[in-house]
Structures are given as structure tokens and as C-alpha cells.
Design a protein around this ligand. Structure first.
Ligand code: HEC
Ligand code: HEC
Ligand code: HEC
Ligand code: HEC
Ligand code: HEC
Length: 455
């Protein structure tokens, strides 16, 4: 025991350097597929499989490389095509030297030949390609490869090697997904990234019984490799319909919404409506990742019974821009001159950050006046919306109108305001008290849950 401990201490992990391996030393996804067919189906179509080919990433890395005279080429590529970097197929950034396996982004043999980690952020993985595949089991046997248990792989620290991005020159934290999780109650309760992203539970661990490969024993839990976030845009663009659906489902479980309206209000009265948004389901900020690019916002509508608009905000104009007065939940980065920039590789400061933390609730107040000619009752509806990028950025990177960024309705809530003169009995039909119920219903877990066993 002591010897193992000593050996462990003496050997601090070194992240694998560019040129240490060639791409031939990694095994193709096709080979793994022959025995791990279901796992392969789950992985194919996820953003990990597109981490390099993603057309949005390609446009951005091209711009970043140009802006920095190629200084960021290895930096960006280390997470988006890790095999491309350790096999020194990048640079050049144009991909002309890339092998087929490197183009498959964050793939099977990459993740399963990670044998050690040197910490958190900027892709500090140590790879040991070859006969051994590291995994979550301590009793696993395969005719094709040796198996080795790696506790790291069952923990957020595994994902945290890449899901934490620190600017290599000025130290600005650009993606704080891991550290936000680490500072949340999810970390205290041992709810790791894998529990929400690799099980059917979405917001907590839920067992997924099955076999991990052909000829493998039945187990109480095997992980799912359909690791999705909120990316409905690229999955749609790549034709990955199943993953697009899973991303929508995930977004719809991330938050709850509640509108609080007065039961009655008279003509000429100023009405204040509170809308509460709670990040009830994400183990990190809403949004997270490249959150300076993501957009979450509230659409708010107060209309009378003849559908006349009393107060409407958060809609899109003809060019797909969100109306100016709308609060957008994300973070705004600034460059060295203090000017706002969406190019995170040029950023050195945070100008604003109103992302919604794990379990945090924020309240917005909307005030409007009941107009003279109102037709009661007044319907109030709030919808939390998500899209992966601003339309004008995509129109700028690709040609105008080529890609419309899909907008997802995450959650809705509504209420009704009645004429104070009306008969209280007649108000029950659409009683505002029902408003919050749909949101609560989505929250009741129906599946059988049990605490996962760790090896
Ligand atoms: C992003 C990294 C990543 C990629 C890519 C990936 N895996 Fe995994 N895999 C994991 C993690 C993490 C676990 C363990 C999760 C846990 O149990 O907490 C795992 C578990 C497994 C297991 C053990 C059984 C199970 O499902 O729990 C097998 C087998 C496996 N992966 C095969 C594959 C194959 C085949 C591919 C490619 C189609 C693949 N993996 C791609 C991270 C990855
Ligand atoms: C000849 C069939 C076969 C091929 C090919 C194959 N595996 Fe496996 N693998 C298995 C079997 C069987 C298991 C045992 C599963 C179990 O114990 O439940 C296994 C287990 C694993 C585990 C779990 C190891 C552990 O200790 O937790 C991982 C990870 C894994 N395989 C990854 C891969 C990867 C990556 C590839 C492609 C490079 C691959 N396998 C190719 C049959 C295969
Ligand atoms: C309690 C469940 C839960 C945990 C724990 C969790 N997530 Fe998530 N994650 C979600 C939900 C729900 C979403 C969808 C909402 C969103 O996009 O933020 C999501 C979205 C994401 C996204 C997409 C974000 C975007 O908008 O672009 C990434 C990336 C991600 N998670 C990575 C991670 C990593 C890495 C960890 C661990 C450090 C983790 N998640 C832990 C539930 C969870
Ligand atoms: C090699 C670094 C690497 C590792 C390790 C890694 N990821 Fe990722 N992950 C990426 C990259 C790069 C992308 C984004 C690809 C893109 O959008 O072009 C991504 C995308 C994702 C997404 C989709 C985000 C969205 O907007 O829909 C989720 C969710 C996610 N990862 C979760 C995880 C989890 C959970 C783990 C650990 C089990 C993990 N990742 C391990 C690099 C990594
Ligand atoms: C430490 C790992 C890491 C590094 C370094 C990194 N990224 Fe990423 N990148 C990720 C992860 C993880 C995601 C997914 C986050 C999310 O979905 O919000 C991502 C997402 C993206 C996206 C969004 C893609 C989409 O489809 O929405 C773009 C664009 C991107 N990265 C460009 C870059 C560029 C350009 C660089 C270099 C300046 C870079 N990345 C460096 C890990 C990294």
C-alpha cells in the first residue's frame, strides 16, 4: 500500500505533448463498434463526434488563427481534435494533414486511452494508447483489449480537463463549467457530470441496466454515450435528428418558471408582474460553456381576450435579432481596450455576467398599464427561450440567411388578470393558480431511482 502511494506521489502526471504519438497508434471507432455497437450509435451524432468537423467551430477557429497569426492553433485543437494535436497533424490549421481518426473529434479511443490527468482545464490529459482501455469497471474482460479501472473516468474531473477553458496568455477563465459545478451543491452531493449527461436521468443519476458489449455480462448500470447539452443548432445542421431531440428535451428540463399576477386590475392601473426563473436542473450556470455566444432570454406577453397586445417584449425582428430592451442571460467579454467582444480569444476581462447559477432563482418585474379599451380577461404568458448563437453572428460567419439558428422554448408559465367588477365565481375556469403546475409536473421523477454504486 505504502509503495503504491509513494509511487503515485513521485509521479506527477504530464499532459501528453504534441508529437508523442502518431494517429496509427489509436484504434478506429469502427473497430470498437464491432463489439460496442449501441455505444457507438449513441456517440455518433453527438457534439463530441463533431468536435472537429462542426462548421461553426471551423469558422471560429479560422478567425481565431487569423487574428493571432496561428498562435492559438494547437490550443484550440487540443480539445476539438485531441488526436490531431498529439499526433502533430495540426498545425496547419486548415486540416490538410489530418488523419481520418483525428477528424472524428472526441472519440472512443481518445477517451478510453486517457490514463491520467494533470489537473483541470485546457486539455491536460495523459494518453497511453495501446492494448489497454481504461473504464469504470474493475472486473471487465474483453477478448480484444485489456481493461483497467480508472476512478477518474467516473468523476467530473475527467470532463473538467476540457470543460474549463483558460485563456493561455492572460489567464481569463473563458469556460467555467467545471469550476461552477465544483462550487455548487451538486459537487457536495456527489452528483457528477456523468450522472446527468450519461444516464437517462438528465437532472440526476438514473440507472440504465444493460450489457456494455457483445458477450458482456448484464450489469445494473452502464453509461449512455449520447452526451448532449443544448446544441440544437449544429445537430440540426448535421442531420443528427435524435441528438437534436435529446438536446431539446434536456433544455426543457433545465429550468422552472413562475409568473405571479394579481387576480384583478382596473383600467388605468399599473400592473406589476413578477417572473421567477429557477435553474432547477443544470449542475452549472444557465447557460454554460461558450456562454458569451449562447442566448437565454424571456419573452413576455400581456394580451387581452381579443388578442390585442398590451405589453410584449422578447420577440425577434425580421432579421432574427432579439428586441433591444430584453435582458439576455449570458456573459459579456471585453478586449484589452475594454470594448465588448464575442471573440473570446481576444478577451481579457468580463464586462457583465448574469448567468443563472445552479439552483439559483432570479426575478424579473414587468410593469404595464391596463388600457382604456381593454377586453377582459388579460392573459399573461412568459416563455424562457434558448438559442446556441445570435443570428447576426451566424449571418456574418456564413452567408446571410444560410443558417437560421433554431430557438427552443425551454419552459412557459402563464396567468390571468380579471376585471375587478366581474363575478369571482366566473374566474375559476382559467384560474391563475394552475399556472405553475405544468412546471412542477415536469419535475416529478417517475422512474425508479437508486443511489449508484461505485467500484
Ligand atoms: C467524452 C469521452 C468519451 C467518449 C468519446 C467515449 N466514452 Fe466510453 N465512457 C466514458 C466515460 C466517462 C465512461 C464511464 C461513465 C461512468 O460510468 O461514470 C465510459 C464508459 C464506457 C464503457 C463501459 C461500459 C459503460 O457503458 O458504462 C464502454 C464499453 C465504453 N465507454 C466504450 C466506448 C466506445 C465504444 C466509445 C465510442 C463509440 C466511447 N466509449 C466513447 C467516456 C467516453
Ligand atoms: C472483440 C470485441 C471488442 C472490441 C473490438 C472492443 N471491445 Fe471494449 N469491451 C468488450 C467487452 C466484451 C467488454 C466487457 C464489458 C463488461 O465487462 O461489461 C469491454 C469493455 C470495455 C471497456 C470497459 C473497461 C473497464 O474496465 O471499465 C471499455 C472502456 C472499452 N471496452 C472500450 C473499448 C474501445 C474504446 C474499443 C475500440 C478501441 C473497444 N472497447 C473494442 C469487447 C470489445
Ligand atoms: C444536475 C444535472 C447536471 C450536472 C451535474 C451537469 N449538467 Fe451539464 N447540463 C445539464 C442540463 C439540464 C443542461 C441543459 C441546459 C444548458 O444548456 O445549460 C446541461 C448543459 C450542458 C452543456 C451545454 C451548455 C450550453 O448551453 O452550451 C455542457 C457543455 C454541459 N452541460 C457540460 C457539463 C459538465 C462538463 C458537467 C460537469 C462538470 C455538467 N455538465 C454537469 C445538466 C447537468
Ligand atoms: C477532449 C476534451 C473533452 C473531454 C474529455 C470531454 N469533452 Fe465534452 N466536449 C468537448 C468539446 C470540444 C465539445 C464541443 C464540440 C463543439 O461544440 O464543437 C464538447 C461538447 C460537449 C457537450 C455538448 C455541448 C452542447 O452545447 O450541446 C456536452 C454535454 C459535453 N461535452 C459533456 C461532457 C462530459 C459530461 C464529459 C465527461 C464525461 C466530457 N464532455 C468530456 C471536449 C471534451
Ligand atoms: C480546454 C478545451 C477547449 C479549448 C482549449 C477550446 N475549446 Fe472550444 N469548446 C470546448 C468545449 C468543451 C465546448 C462546448 C461548450 C458548449 O457547448 O457550450 C466548446 C465549444 C466551442 C464552440 C461552440 C461550437 C458550437 O457548435 O456551438 C466554438 C465555436 C469553439 N469552441 C471554438 C473554439 C476556439 C476558436 C478555440 C481556441 C481559441 C477553442 N474553442 C478552444 C473546449 C475547448
Amino acid at each position: 500500500m505504502t509503495m503504491i502511494a509513494l509511487a503515485f506521489c513521485a509521479h506527477a502526471a504530464e499532459p501528453t505533448a504534441p508529437g508523442e504519438y502518431t494517429s496509427d497508434e489509436f484504434t478506429s471507432n469502427e473497430k470498437c463498434k464491432s463489439c460496442h455497437a449501441i455505444t457507438h450509435i449513441e456517440w455518433e451524432g453527438t457534439m463530441h463526434s463533431y468536435a472537429y468537423t462542426d462548421p461553426f467551430y471551423q469558422k471560429e477557429v479560422e478567425a481565431a488563427s487569423k487574428d493571432t497569426d496561428g498562435l492559438v492553433d494547437t490550443f484550440c485543437s487540443r480539445c476539438h481534435t485531441p488526436i490531431g494535436v498529439v499526433a502533430e497533424e495540426i498545425p496547419p490549421i486548415d486540416g490538410s494533414q489530418m488523419s481520418e481518426i483525428a477528424k472524428t473529434g472526441v472519440n472512443c479511443d481518445f477517451c478510453h486511452t486517457i490514463s491520467e490527468s494533470a489537473g483541470i482545464g485546457n486539455g491536460v490529459f495523459t494518453l497511453s494508447p495501446g492494448d489497454t482501455k481504461w473504464g469504470p469497471f474493475n472486473d471487465s474482460r474483453s477478448a480484444f483489449h485489456d481493461s483497467q479501472y480508472l476512478e477518474l473516468q467516473t468523476r467530473s474531473e475527467f470532463c473538467g480537463m476540457c470543460h474549463e477553458v483558460i485563456h493561455p496568455v492572460n489567464g481569463l477563465v473563458i469556460d467555467d463549467t467545471y469550476s461552477t459545478w465544483k462550487n455548487s451543491s451538486y459537487a457536495d452531493e456527489d452528483v457528477d457530470c456523468q450522472d446527468c449527461h450519461m444516464t437517462p436521468g438528465i437532472t440526476e443519476f438514473e440507472a440504465n441496466p444493460g450489457r456494455a458489449g457483445s458477450g458482456a455480462p448484464k450489469r445494473e448500470h452502464i453509461s449512455q454515450h449520447s452526451i448532449v447539452g443544448g446544441n440544437v443548432f449544429i445537430t440540426e445542421m448535421m442531420g443528427a435528428e435524435k441528438e437534436k431531440g435529446l438536446a431539446i428535451e434536456r433544455l426543457q428540463k433545465a429550468a422552472t418558471l413562475e409568473v405571479d399576477v394579481p387576480e384583478t386590475a382596473s383600467v388605468g392601473e399599473n400592473v406589476a408582474v413578477n417572473v421567477q426563473i429557477t435553474n432547477s436542473g443544470a449542475g452549472h450556470n444557465l447557460p454554460t460553456g461558450v456562454s458569451e455566444i449562447r442566448q437565454i432570454w424571456l419573452e413576455f406577453k400581456a394580451t387581452d381576450s381579443e388578442n390585442n397586445r398590451i405589453y410584449v417584449t422578447g420577440g425577434l425582428d425580421g432579421s432574427g435579432s432579439i428586441d433591444e430592451e430584453t435582458i439576455i442571460y449570458n456573459n459579456v467579454l471585453g478586449n484589452e481596450k475594454g470594448n465588448e467582444t464575442i471573440k473570446f480569444w481576444l478577451a481579457d476581462r468580463v464586462l457583465a455576467d448574469n448567468r443563472i447559477g445552479p439552483k439559483e432563482t432570479v426575478t424579473e418585474e414587468y410593469i404595464f398599464t391596463i388600457p382604456e379599451d381593454v377586453r377582459y380577461p388579460v392573459a399573461v404568458e412568459a416563455t424562457l427561450k434558448y438559442r446556441s448563437a445570435p443570428q447576426d453572428l451566424i449571418d456574418h460567419l456564413f452567408d446571410d440567411g444560410v443558417h437560421e439558428v433554431p430557438v427552443v422554448d425551454m419552459v412557459k408559465s402563464s396567468g390571468t388578470i380579471y376585471d375587478p367588477e366581474s363575478d369571482p365565481e366566473s374566474r375559476t375556469e382559467n384560474a391563475p393558480g394552475f399556472a405553475g403546475l405544468s412546471a412542477i409536473a415536469a419535475f416529478i421523477a417517475i422512474a425508479q431511482l437508486f443511489k449508484r454504486k461505485r467500484n
